[in-house]
Design a binder for this molecule. Structure first.
Ligand code: TYD
Length: 133
């Protein structure tokens, strides 16, 4: 549910040379099977627009900012991501949309599964009806 959507702190090391953020096995609540990222995103782009039957994700604004809408079918929340040391944990069965990309935004996604189109739910009505059924 939406209550399981949460922000995690990614541990960082800071010295006069800058910041170093580290994601290790235990930093996030699942084993990573895939990493992908969005970049050169036009500011009027609308990404996401789907839920997953299996996949859990952590979304990180590595650079710039964007907004993530999460929706469990009952409650919606909009979360602005603009810090490279914060990760938005999205459990399975959550509808998500990403928009309002700043110039230079890079959206990193850590995913629990390898890519499988069959585990996507890309129709919002199907998403809603599967929650009821
Ligand atoms: P899509 O799911 O529409 O991206 P977003 O959710 O960010 O809007 O994916 C765009 C295309 O990329 C689509 O043809 C599927 C493909 N794709 C892969 O081949 N592998 C992947 O890991 C991902 C996430 C997408």
């Amino acid at each position: 549910s939406i209550n399981d959507v949460k922000i995690i702190d990614i541990p960082k090391v800071h010295d006069e040379r800058g910041f170093l953020a580290v994601i290790e096995k235990n930093t996030i609540p699942f084993a990573i099977n895939r990493v992908y990222y969005l970049y050169d995103v036009p500011s009027d782009s609308f990404r996401g627009g789907h839920a997953h039957k299996e996949q859990e994700s952590v979304i990180i604004a590595l650079s710039g900012s964007f907004e993530v809408l999460v929706d469990d079918g009952k409650t919606k929340k909009r979360i602005m991501l603009n810090k490279p040391n914060l990760g938005l944990v999205i459990p399975t069965q959550i509808w998500r949309e990403i928009d309002n990309f700043s110039s230079g935004a890079v959206c990193l996604v850590l995913a629990s599964t390898t890519y499988d189109e069959a585990e996507y739910i890309r129709d919002y009505e199907v998403f809603k009806s599967q929650l009821l059924g």
